[in-house]
Design a protein around this ligand. Structure first.
Ligand SMILES: [Zn+2]
Ligand SMILES: [Zn+2]
Ligand SMILES: [Zn+2]
Length: 345
């Protein structure tokens, strides 16, 4: 009797059951759209700037150029194309006075949730979506990610900056206006930390970067989705989420701070093409994405930043929650083939 496959993540010590025996087609997940509750005022729409704290970063249009600025307590700029504001209910909040690491992480099991939590409004248009946005607007979004990463990573109490996006209510987006979030933390979160450690290990054993090596190995394989001069998209061998894919830059770097204008545009194109493929294939499913990066000097050679997209198509239940072992009912090879097909039609 044939078995399902047990696969282990490239870097993480995490097992997944790939349900080849009862595999589902990506289209099986397509749902009828529920009517979203309408009628409440959107705090992110133009004209409602007073409903949020003052923006910490604005891209403003001025004589056909983009200029960067910020709000003050008394002035809320209008005519913005990108607006980044502190979250009204931050998970991590900035310190009132200068704090050292020791004042923050008080013991191995107790610390203060010091940091930043920001909302990046991706467009003045409420219903914008990376899958359908104009390319120049998506380029602004990525530039703004990098600008915030640059500023937040300088803070003495910040060890990590997580840039992420929730799309759709089931993926945790409580407001439907196109937005991303940025959370700066005083420690490196465990998943990223595990990847950083594993890739450091890989470098010391094999003398090369795990992700550069991975791209070489997957280049012509069945999990490759999209490949050009600047980025490769692939469905990871042991993905835990049905239809999960990663966007990996060809240029080795631990974080996206050194992205050139050409690379930024290529990134925007890749992000748009893949998210549009997903949207077309599975009827605009909810998803989360997050950028994994390192700000540590000693990870520069070993770690390689990337963006991971997690479609929300499965409910993790008793087995997953109690064991940390996941069951994925869409083999990554099927995900890659179907997504690749959806992107060309
Ligand atoms: Zn809105
Ligand atoms: Zn690399
Ligand atoms: Zn990762």
């Amino acid at each position: 009797m044939p078995f399902n496959e047990l696969r282990k993540d490239f870097l993480l010590d995490r097992w997944v059951v790939i349900a080849t025996e009862r595999a589902r087609r990506p289209m099986d997940f397509a749902k009828q759209k529920k009517e979203q509750a309408q009628g409440s005022v959107c705090p992110m729409c133009p004209g409602n700037e007073h409903m949020t704290p003052p923006a910490v970063l604005l891209y403003l249009r001025s004589d056909g150029e983009i200029v960067k600025d910020r709000d003050t307590a008394s002035l809320r700029h209008k005519n913005w194309v990108i607006r980044c504001v502190p979250n009204l209910y931050p998970a991590f909040a900035p310190p009132k006075e200068q704090l050292d690491q020791v004042d923050i992480m008080k013991s191995d099991t107790f610390g203060l949730a010091v940091g930043h939590h920001e909302v990046l409004v991706e467009s003045p248009k409420h219903d914008e979506h990376p899958a359908t946005a104009d390319l120049p607007q998506l380029v602004h979004v990525i530039n703004a990610y990098v600008d915030r990463l640059q500023e937040l990573s300088q803070k003495p109490y910040v060890r990590y900056v997580q840039i992420f996006r929730n799309h759709g209510q089931e993926a945790g987006a409580s407001l439907s206006h196109a937005h991303s979030q940025i959370i700066a933390t005083p420690f490196v979160p465990p998943t990223v930390d595990a990847e950083i450690r594993a890739s450091r290990n890989f470098l010391s054993h094999h003398g090369k970067c795990a992700f550069c090596d991975l791209m070489k190995r997957e280049e012509k394989g069945p999990r490759m989705i999209k490949d050009d001069e600047h980025f490769m998209v692939l469905a990871p061998y042991a993905s835990v989420n049905p239809m999960e894919f990663w966007i990996i830059p060809k240029k080795h770097d631990a974080n996206p701070l050194s992205l050139t204008a050409v690379e930024t545009e290529a990134f925007a194109k890749t992000l748009k093409a893949t998210l549009k493929g997903l949207k077309d294939l599975v009827n605009d499913p909810p998803y989360n994405y997050g950028i994994h990066l390192s700000l540590e000097e000693q990870a520069k050679k070993s770690y390689h930043w990337h963006l991971e997209v997690y479609p929300v198509l499965a409910i993790w239940a008793g087995f997953e929650k109690s064991t940390g072992v996941y069951i994925n009912t869409v083999p990554p090879e099927t995900a890659a083939a179907e997504l690749g097909k959806a992107m060309t039609t």
